[in-house]
Ligand binder design. Sequence first.
Ligand code: DON
Length: 564
Amino acid sequence: MIRIVSPCLLAPYLFISALSAKTPVQAKHGMVVAQEPLAADAGLTVLKSGGNAIDAAIAVGFALAVTHPVAGNIGGGGFMLIRLADGRTAFLDFRECAPKKATRDMYIGSDGNPTRESIVGWRSSGVPGTIAGFETARQKYGSKRWANLVAPAIKLAREGFLVSDDFAASLRGPSNPLQLDPESRRIFLRNGRPYDAGETLKQPELASTLERIAANGAKEFYQGETARQLAAAMQANGGLITEADLRDYKTIERNPLNGDYKEFHVITSPPPSAGGVGLLQMMGMLEGTDYDSAGPDSPKAVHYEAEAMRRFYADRSEYLGDPDFYNVPVRQLLDKKYLNWRRGTIDATRATPSDIIGPGLPKSLDARVSWKESEETTHYNVVDEKGNAVAVTYTLNNSYGNGITAPGLGFLLNDEMDDFAAKPGAPNMFGMLGSDANAIEPGKRPLSSMMPTIITKNGRLFMVAGAPGGARITTGVTEVILDVLDFHMNAQDAVDLPRFHEQWKPDVLYLQDGFPKENQEALRKMGYEVKPTNAVARVEAIVVDNGILAGGTESRLHGKVSGY
Ligand code: DON
């Protein structure tokens, strides 16, 4: 796995070798990698019973909404990237959209500054897209009956499942938004007695909602009893989503973004994802730099990658948004000449101050909420026996979204409206800056960092990847992909390698705990302000080598690679 270049570069390699104790889980026929084991197994059961990767992905998505409600959802939205074994690809955008009553300044307070209403309370929710997305996926690419794919989730909700250590700990989190909502407090916290690990959590209201969805399809969620109850609750509590918003919601099938990197072909997420553009921009800036000659996490590699990150995030703040509302200049952003010029501004030995990169944006960047690890989204990958591959990232945004459970319906609501730029130059929860491109407009989808990605080599499936982690998704997924493509790491080692993150503003290089100390010092000497962090993207990956599937899920977390 490790290429030794010269003796003086040995130190970082030794560090990586020490870490590389893990062999990825391997399988021959099919594989699911997800952040919660029961949901991963639900997908595997579908694969083993002859379902394809799309069927399994839908079953995993429904199951996560029950067993991993911190992020799994039917009240949020996301992206699904599909590559069929015959090479056809599809990208389903089921991201939430702003309700019809939304306005550009809806989160600006009387003092002219953003309020917390994009994160807290009923007004923070965008129109959910998950059920529409799953239904489109099944109708166009699935093979099993819809009700069969919802069934495992119904069983988990109706009969209950054992609460894991992880889940129990997250229910006790001090800033848990579930405490703020009476229905969530009753269901998840038993009004002050949150579930302990090993206790059984049953969710009868969610089971009933899922049963109606199983019987009536997405129509139930967008035009049926569920829609009526959700819209009535919104109206009673000052929320914006109406029956008309739900009725008019549509999955949008977009062309995936494509690019080439060395001998690889990259299929990734187009706007309103910023992540795919970020991945291809960063690859374009790195190509030809020899950045990988000193090994992964070496000062040289981190320096070049961080400089590419800095330049991408500057562009992100200005140019990226929903392409149906804003003319996103994707082609120009990925133009080789432009990326060559951007690469040329990288000093081989020094960090470039963020202030001299990108257009003149405000200097005061105190985030309204500091970024904590608990913010949640979830990603999973599926590959089936035929070689069909699916990568899904979906989310409620924050952990448990805005913490509100729709009364009587049993599912949590998203606070995705915070992904819009509430005010140009004012950072959102993830410290992201935005402009007109990502301003709020009715029906518009907020810019996302989520970026399910599939990579092929010589026309054959090579890698499937993605992650949660807010603004750190783009850097985390890019790093893991480069660790596999350029540093030849296996899927498990790549997701476990300590990561770093640079997002232009603030001008800080975040290094994950465990990052080699001597390399930190070298980076400091190059002019980086270095800060430790544990908040990095949690990447899930499948790598295909000689027909064998190898799955990686981060060792520090509790996901599962299920294969057969
Ligand atoms: O779409 C986005 O970029 C965010 N809503 C994702 C949030 C997220 O990943 C939080 N999780 N860790």
